[in-house]
Design a protein around this ligand. Structure first.
Ligand code: 5AD
Ligand code: SF4
Length: 463
């Protein structure tokens, strides 16, 4: 029998993109391909791209440039580009890199293996669907066959697209409107994952708390989903990202508070603390309403860990607007936060506000000021955890340092601790926190609650 062809998926961007890559890997494996070994170049290389990060363009074309000579040497090599950037740039990718074989978009990811096979006969192909096919978007088969990076922590996409119209954001135009997957399918998927030994599921969507609105035609079903996931045997941790502050309702907060396996963690993107800027961004809330929702969540959920995204330098942002962001940051007491410098995205409303663009050096200066405040607040929160005993799901040796083990607390905090020769990834342990650093905690292993629940390894995804 001939050796099967190998594949490699290189992912840029967010968790949703990473999970799309896991699903795509599953489709390749189902068609008889196998993941490439470390250090080799595969027979099929797929780039799953992102449009949020400006440097994704640069990164993609430089990676494609590196493969040009390889392709000349090995005409059998196939290269595909998919994801958000492909959806946005369409034909331009083949114009700039004619040695690419297949370009596919965000809505026909599942078609990529078939397109690559067709292209072996027909030559280069661009196939981008202008809009999602709701049935394909709701199909759960690709998730069931996904080749996952972790055996004990899994992502689950509950919804694709976004119905909002934030002025800076490209997502609605590349991912389309909201399409929710059926509630029973999600609960089944969670059950299957838990039965295979998955301990933790992170629920993904652009606007998770409006999940189900398109299914019912009225109210969202997110709170119901959380409660149903609460009944899944063996599932010990449920997280989600991201909710929209304007849709964070009482029923979601109550479901979080009353469902023991839902982790005390809330990523609530603020974007700006100025009402004027929030209105220009079309966010649908004021700073006061945002803070009210946050304090309702904090009041209901014990030891809630709160994180956020903030954009500085949105067109028209004045020093006074920026100070309001600092005021909200001071009041919200974030455990950690991701600051971004505004950058115009072609095809968004804000890209046209050229006359109001804030000079780059002002944006940079505000970004650094904000980052300083956020880092100090994160450090304070981490130091406050010194001496506590935290339940940690062990990930194994740290990515950056083999001599250290890492894992996550229930709140999602990264913890480093000394390796223990018998301790396996997927175990649940208690770690005494000894030191809070700006981006992680350090601690000592106190006891092992249980070993890993998964019996066989699922992981084959190369990165
Ligand atoms: N410029 C800067 N940051 C952006 N984000 C989204 N679009 C832009 C943009 N055009 C940030 C938002 C969002 C996060 C994922 O990326 O803060 O929450
Ligand atoms: Fe994810 Fe948004 Fe980037 Fe698309 S554009 S990959 S949805 S972060």
């Amino acid at each position: 029998m001939p050796e099967s062809r190998t594949f490699e998926i290189r992912t840029f961007g967010c968790q949703m993109n990473e999970h799309d890559s896991e699903r795509l890997a599953g489709l390749f494996v189902a068609r008889g391909l196998r993941p490439v070994g470390a250090g080799d170049v595969a027979d099929v290389v797929v780039f799953n791209t992102c449009t949020i990060r400006e440097n994704a363009d640069l990164k993609l074309y430089s990676a494609l440039g590196h493969l040009k000579a390889e392709k000349a040497r090995r005409p059998d090599l196939q290269i595909a580009v998919g994801g958000c950037m492909a959806q946005k740039d369409q034909d331009r990718i083949l114009e700039r890199a004619p040695w690419v074989d297949v370009v596919f978009g965000t809505h026909n990811l599942a078609e990529a293996p078939r397109l690559l096979e067709r292209s072996r006969e027909e030559g280069p192909l661009v196939d981008i669907w202008p809009a999602p096919d709701p049935d394909a978007a709701r199909d759960m088969a690709p998730a069931l066959y996904a080749v996952r990076e972790s055996d004990f922590a899994a992502w689950m996409t509950i919804q694709t697209g976004c119905d909002n119209t934030c002025a800076y954001c490209i997502v609605p135009s590349v991912r389309g409107g909201e399409i929710s997957r059926p509630l029973d399918d999600l609960v089944n998927e969670a059950r299957l994952l838990a039965a295979r030994g998955v301990t933790e599921i992170t629920v993904l969507g652009q606007n998770v708390n409006s999940y189900g609105r398109d299914l019912t035609g009225r109210s969202p079903l997110f709170a119901q989903l959380l409660r149903r996931l609460g009944d899944v045997d063996g599932l010990e941790r449920v997280r989600f990202t991201s909710p929209h502050p304007k849709d964070l309702r009482e029923d979601t907060i109550a479901a979080m508070a009353e469902t023991p396996n839902v982790c005390p963690q809330l990523h609530l993107p603020l974007q700006s603390g100025s009402d004027r800027v929030l209105a220009a961004m079309r966010r649908g809330y004021t700073a006061e309403r945002y803070l009210a929702r946050l304090s309702a969540a904090r009041a209901a959920i014990d030891d809630l860990h709160v994180t956020t995204d903030i954009i500085v330098g949105f067109p028209g942002e004045t020093e006074d607007d920026f100070r309001r962001t600092l005021d909200v940051v001071a009041e919200a007491e974030y455990d950690s936060a991701y600051p971004f410098q505004f950058s115009p995205r072609e095809g968004t409303r804000a890209a046209h506000y050229v006359e109001e663009f804030v000079p780059a050096e002002v944006v940079r200066e505000r970004f650094l000021r904000l980052k300083d405040v956020l880092d100090r607040s994160a450090l304070r929160h981490h130091e406050a955890r010194e001496g506590r005993l935290e339940e940690v799901l062990v990930e194994g040796p740290s990515r950056t340092n083999d001599a250290v083990f890492s894992g996550r607390t229930r709140q999602g905090k990264l913890v480093h601790f000394d390796p223990s020769p018998t301790l396996k990834a997927g175990s649940l342990v208690d770690v005494r926190i000894t030191h809070g650093a700006p981006y992680h905690l350090r601690g000592t292993l106190e006891s092992v609650r249980r070993g890993p629940r998964h019996k066989t390894r699922l992981t084959v995804l190369a990165s």
